[in-house]
Every structure is written in structure tokens, then in C-alpha cells.
Design a protein around this ligand. Structure first.
Ligand SMILES: Cc1cc2nc3c(=O)[nH]c(=O)nc-3n(C[C@H](O)[C@H](O)[C@H](O)COP(=O)(O)OP(=O)(O)OC[C@H]3O[C@@H](n4cnc5c(N)ncnc54)[C@H](O)[C@@H]3O)c2cc1C
Length: 476
């Protein structure tokens, strides 16, 4: 095992995902010398882009749509625009097509969205709209570990709705299939069965984010978000070494703090000999969730959606009714795959033509599958797109396919294809991966990945809070 020789640092961050970089930047802001070590040749973890299909077509390998980044109480304070980041907001954040050629649409405006939902418009305003004016305070409370809240009433009002299943909330508030399906599709981002307690939470948060800020893409690809974070870090004296996979903490030079942007399984592998028995047992019991099966397409033209609104939307939810989406998520959770899987699809080039040669387009789409699934979902995914956009396959110039094992090879944090750093089930939602959260019970070691609160998504808050924990102890 190679021992790493690098200049002396106060802190070492292992992993350069959005949380690793956020942690490193926070430490550098506090005047600490930080080095980041990354296994892959390119930094960014879940925020990377590559020409996966044809030269000139840029695809986001993992994250593509960034509502949580623009609403992040920490990332939103960083001057990333000065380091090359440009957010691009599609005309319509989200469309959800149906078999009758219509679509439920989430516009930036709450009123416009409500108007499109007919009889359920007032209910939409009551459920989502009333939280939008307080979005900044809300995200400060929910993108944080459970603590004495600064806005207790706001958090309580959110919690009363969020700590329920998406199906219960959807059916309690809405009478029309359109509104129920729209809500159910957003809840599909939870990677949980829609019957499970807390599956409503991401739907509420993502809908509020759409109206408060939007669901943007990073211009020229997600890698540009990472580039801006890395440039900012370097401007503050931090450095980053790629192509170095840490297999054991014994490879690292002495530092006051080591922050690990890894999930419990890797924490056991690389630091297991330093961990108390009881803690190891808890990490061994940590549960990973569903995996994803993803496709990227290089296209000769925009996707020929039957519904005109879908042609302007950045993100689409393809799954039909609430019952159909629920079935798809339940099947994957229980170890099977649905014939008509729920697909999350992003078409960045409708808003950002820089990602493809003139006239060309890209699309990115995935469905949930059982953890470690080894089959193919290519037919089912493309059939779902054809269902709402007949002729889609005729536009495909090339396709890239990534199954769970490809994801795990791409990034060891994606265990069995789980993109959430562990299932966000109620028992792993607030105190991830254990009650100690960022603090590993070994001197100077901290966990800063999405396996800590507030969990998955590109918001950098796990990294920020882990850095704060280090600054108040090992680095104080
Ligand atoms: C297909 C897919 C689609 C997604 N879509 C979205 C989306 O649209 N919007 C959104 O907000 N989120 C999305 N996500 C989730 C998002 O990418 C993650 O929640 C986020 O990247 C987590 O950040 P992180 O820093 O905790 O970990 P990661 O981004 O996973 O980064 C961890 C890094 O650590 C490195 N690493 C791990 N072990 C070691 C080691 N031993 N030595 C050195 N380096 C190591 C890895 O190589 C990796 O670079 C998606 C994820 C996937 C996979």
C-alpha cells in the first residue's frame, strides 16, 4: 500500500464529491491548510460530466438538476459565478405527461402551476405555495441536522406534512389524478416506496425549491459546478490530488483532522481498525437503498413529446398515474422491476445548447432498480419515453447505459447503485449513519458524505456541518 507524501496539511479530505469540496472550502475559509484526495482521475464525485456517447455531446454522468444547490444555505453563499459557474434555468422546471397527451406542469410561478391544476389549484397553493415565501428559512432548517430550530413553527408545519407518506399527502390534498401524479412523481426522487413514512418530504422540499429558485442545470455540464468549487478551493490555498484511492487511513500523512466523503461500507474498509466494536456493528447494519439504471442519449433533434409543455421542460417525470408510479417504486424496493418503470428524465439542451453540436440534443434518464440489479432496463426505459413521445427512438444517434455495477465502478460511494449514500428510511433520516453523525469515534476522524444529515442531493451541507464539527474539536 503506497504511503502518500504531500506537504503538511491541517486537514485531509478523502473524496471530492460536492460534500468533500464543501467541507474543504469551509476549512480553508477558516484558515486551515487542506488537501483533498480523490480516487477518480476527475474531481466531482456525483457532479461530473463526460462525452459518454459521441464526441461533442456532453452528458452529466450523475447529478444534472440542481434545486438543492441553489437553495443550499452554504453553496449559495460561495462566489462560484466568479469561478466560472453559470446556472441555466429552463423555461419550465418540470412536466409530467399523461396518456391523453396532456401534462401536469410545475412552473416557476405557484399561481401558474395552481391554475394548471384546475380544481386542485387552491390545494396546491395551500400545500406548497404557502411555504415559498419562507423558503430561505425553511431550507436553513431542513438542510441541517436535527437541532434546536431557529424557526420552530415553520419546521413544525413542514414536519407535519413531510413526516407522512407521499401517497397519504397526495390523496389527502388532491382530488384530481393530475395533481396526485405530479406530487407522486416529485416524491419519486426519495428512492423509497411512496407508502413509506417521510416519502412526502422530498416532494415538498423540491416543489418549494422550484418556486423559490428553480431547477437549474450547470451551463456546459455539472463538471462546471465542480470546476468552480475546485478553483475556489485552490484560490484559498487548498489543493487536490486525483487518481489516489485511499485504501487505509495508514497511508495518509499526519493531519489534525481527516474528513471522509465516503459511505459506511468504505469507512469500515479504510478505517475499520481504528473504530470501536460497537460503532463498527452499527455501520455494518447500515442499510443501502435501491439502485439506479441510467441511460444517456445523443439525439439528432429534441425529443418529440406529444405535449407541447414537455418540449420546454428541463425535467420530466414519466410514470403516468400516482398508482403506476407507486407500483414502480414498490417493485424496485421489493427486489423486482416494473414493466413500466417510473423514469426521471432531464433534457438539458432545451435550455443549454452548449452541450451538443449545432442542432443536436442530449437527454439523461434513469429508473430505480433493486440494489445490485444485474439485468437490463433499456427496453422498458425507452418504451416509457415512446409512450409520451412516439418516434423518440428514431432521434437517437447513440446511447450510453449505466447499470448499478457501472455506477459503483465509477464511484465507490454508489454501493449497489444506491445514489443516496444509504436509504433515507425514517431510522436513517435524521441520525445518519449513527447518532454521532459527522463524528466518528476515533481521534480526528469525521464523516462528511451524504451518509450524514441532511442526506442525498448536491447541496454540500453534509460537508459544511462535518467541517464545523472538525473546527469545533480537532481543529479548534
Ligand atoms: C445517476 C445519479 C443521478 C443523480 N441526480 C442528481 C440530481 O440531478 N440532483 C442532485 O442534487 N443529486 C443527484 N444525485 C445525487 C448526488 O450526486 C449525490 O447526492 C451527491 O453527489 C453526494 O455527494 P457526496 O460528496 O456525498 O458524494 P459523491 O458525490 O458520491 O462523492 C464521493 C467522492 O469520493 C470519492 N471517493 C470515495 N472513496 C474514496 C477513497 N477511498 N479514496 C479517494 N476517493 C474516494 C469518490 O470517487 C467520489 O468522487 C444523483 C446521483 C446519481 C448517481
Amino acid at each position: 500500500m503506497t504511503r502518500l507524501e504531500i506537504p503538511q496539511s491541517d486537514a485531509i479530505v478523502v473524496g471530492s464529491g460536492p460534500n468533500g469540496l464543501a467541507a474543504a472550502i469551509r476549512l480553508a475559509q477558516a484558515g486551515r491548510k487542506v488537501s483533498v484526495l480523490e480516487a477518480a482521475d476527475t474531481p466531482g464525485g456525483g457532479a461530473r460530466s463526460a462525452e459518454l456517447t459521441i464526441p461533442g455531446f456532453v452528458h452529466d454522468v450523475c447529478a444534472s438538476v440542481f434545486p438543492m444547490a441553489v437553495c443550499s444555505p452554504y453553496l449559495s453563499t460561495l462566489p462560484l459565478q466568479e469561478y466560472g459557474l453559470e446556472w441555466i434555468f429552463p423555461e419550465i422546471p418540470l412536466a409530467h405527461p399523461f396518456d391523453d397527451d396532456s401534462a401536469a406542469v410545475m412552473f416557476h410561478s405557484v399561481r401558474e402551476t395552481a391554475n394548471g391544476l384546475g380544481a386542485d389549484g387552491p390545494e396546491y397553493e395551500a400545500l406548497i405555495g404557502q411555504m415559498v415565501p419562507s423558503a430561505e428559512d425553511l431550507f436553513a432548517s431542513i438542510l441541517a441536522p436535527l437541532q434546536l430550530p431557529k424557526h420552530p413553527l415553520l419546521l413544525a408545519s413542514f414536519g407535519l406534512k413531510a413526516f407522512r407518506s407521499a401517497r397519504t399527502v397526495s390523496r389527502a390534498y388532491f382530488r384530481t389524478e393530475r395533481a396526485r401524479a405530479l406530487f407522486g412523481g416529485i416524491a419519486g426522487h426519495a428512492m423509497l416506496p411512496l407508502e413509506m413514512l417521510t416519502s412526502a418530504a422530498p416532494a415538498l422540499a423540491l416543489a418549494v425549491a422550484a418556486h423559490a429558485e428553480g431547477w437549474p442545470f450547470a451551463k456546459c455540464g455539472s463538471q462546471n459546478l465542480t470546476r468552480s468549487l475546485v478553483s475556489l478551493l485552490r484560490s484559498m490555498g487548498g489543493d487536490i490530488i486525483t487518481g489516489f484511492e485511499v485504501q487505509s487511513l495508514n497511508q495518509l500523512p499526519q493531519a489534525d483532522a481527516v474528513l471522509l466523503d465516503v459511505t459506511p461500507r468504505q469507512l469500515l474498509r479504510i478505517a475499520g481498525d481504528r473504530l470501536p466494536h460497537g460503532y463498527r456493528r452499527k455501520l455494518e447494519g447500515y442499510k443501502y437503498g435501491m439502485g439506479v439504471f441510467k441511460m444517456d442519449w445523443a439525439l439528432s433533434q429534441p425529443i418529440p413529446w406529444r405535449s407541447p409543455e414537455c418540449r420546454q421542460a428541463g425535467t420530466l417525470h414519466l410514470g403516468g398515474t400516482l398508482d403506476q408510479i407507486s407500483l414502480s417504486e414498490r417493485e424496485a424496493w421489493q427486489g423486482r422491476v416494473a414493466d413500466k418503470p417510473f423514469i426521471i428524465l432531464a433534457q438539458a439542451t432545451v435550455a443549454d445548447p452548449s452541450r451538443a453540436p449545432a442542432g443536436g440534443h442530449t437527454a439523461w434518464g434513469y429508473c430505480h432498480v433493486p440494489n445490485g440489479f444485474t439485468g437490463s432496463m433499456v427496453e422498458q426505459i425507452e418504451n416509457q419515453i415512446e409512450r409520451f413521445a412516439p418516434g423518440f427512438r428514431d432521434c437517437v444517434l447513440a446511447r450510453s447505459v449505466m447499470a448499478p455495477e457501472d455506477f459503483e465502478r465509477h464511484n465507490p460511494n454508489l454501493v449497489g447503485g444506491d445514489i443516496a449514500g444509504g436509504a433515507a428510511i425514517p431510522s436513517q433520516l435524521f441520525f445518519r449513519p449513527t447518532a454521532g453523525m459527522y463524528r466518528v469515534p476515533a481521534p480526528g476522524i469525521f464523516l462528511c458524505s451524504s451518509s450524514t444529515p441532511p442526506g442525498p442531493g448536491v447541496h454540500g451541507m453534509c460537508g459544511y456541518f462535518a467541517a464545523e464539527a472538525a473546527l469545533s474539536s480537532a481543529l479548534s
